[in-house]
Design a protein. Structure first.
Length: 248
């Protein structure tokens, strides 16, 4: 009798464990997880809600990248390329179809002069442009008052900086032209070139280049003794010897 009771207790223990395990499998489904809710202190399995709900979905991306493109540094897609300040500047210069300030001026006269440091300057319609950089098929010039007055006028010319051909104008000036200043620069450049190329005396060089200038330009030019000193200094630096300029 005692052995029978012990066997009954053993079977009841096994049944209890099986019942708990069966209930656990119903509550937790590893293939399709169900939502468990509590109602009146009892567990209730909602078999219909097998997926978790999202409050909102993200909008789809405008483009997708394959795993190979993600690690490829040579991607050229417009949406993925980040342009530097310099590239943006060049890119904006090329967008001229809808720019009201964009003008074609092919064939316009361009005069190239030199600054006091020997850098090229383009004179055009009374304005002066400093050389900025050379592109693939053009040279870019900016207004000399870009930093002073934030003037964004630009020129595109051929790559020949010493004798450029105007391709197009971009932007507009926010200041008035100064043709007298341009003429003064042109005369001083001619005087420097004659000082290097000829052996004429300074007075002859100055008279030859100033004779056709207007009265306003003559009044703006440096004094003759300063121009003569410049000629002697250029010749002395070119010959490799320094001479003391004598006054006349």
């Amino acid at each position: 009798m005692e052995g029978l009771l012990a066997r009954v207790d053993y079977l009841e223990n096994i049944v209890s464990k099986l019942a708990k395990w069966t209930h656990f499998c119903e509550v937790v489904n590893f293939d399709l997880p169900s939502v468990v809710s509590l109602e009146n202190g009892c567990e209730k399995v909602n078999a219909k809600s097998s997926k978790s709900r999202r409050r909102g979905r993200r909008s789809p991306l405008p483009f997708t990248l394959s795993p190979g493109e993600v690690t490829n540094p040579n991607i050229t897609s417009d949406e993925t390329v980040i342009k530097t300040e310099e590239e943006v500047d060049t890119f904006e210069e090329m967008q001229t179809d809808d720019d009201p300030d964009f003008l074609f001026s092919t064939g316009s006269t361009l005069t190239v002069v030199e600054s006091n440091k020997g850098k090229p300057i383009v004179l055009h319609d009374g304005y002066s442009f400093n050389f900025r950089k050379s592109g693939v098929d053009k040279a870019i010039w900016v207004c000399e008052r870009l930093r002073r007055d934030k003037c964004n006028a630009r020129l595109h010319t051929s790559l020949n900086v010493s004798s450029p051909t105007l391709l197009k104008e971009l932007g507009s000036h926010n200041h008035s032209p100064n043709p007298i200043s341009c003429e003064v620069r042109e005369i001083r450049t001619k005087i420097r070139k004659d000082a290097k190329a000829t052996s004429d005396n300074p007075a002859t060089i100055i008279a030859r280049n100033v004779s056709q200038a207007s009265a306003e330009t003559k009044g703006t030019l440096p004094l003759r003794q300063h121009l003569k000193r410049t000629i002697r200094s250029i010749r002395a630096s070119g010959s490799g010897s320094r001479t003391i300029p004598h006054r006349r």
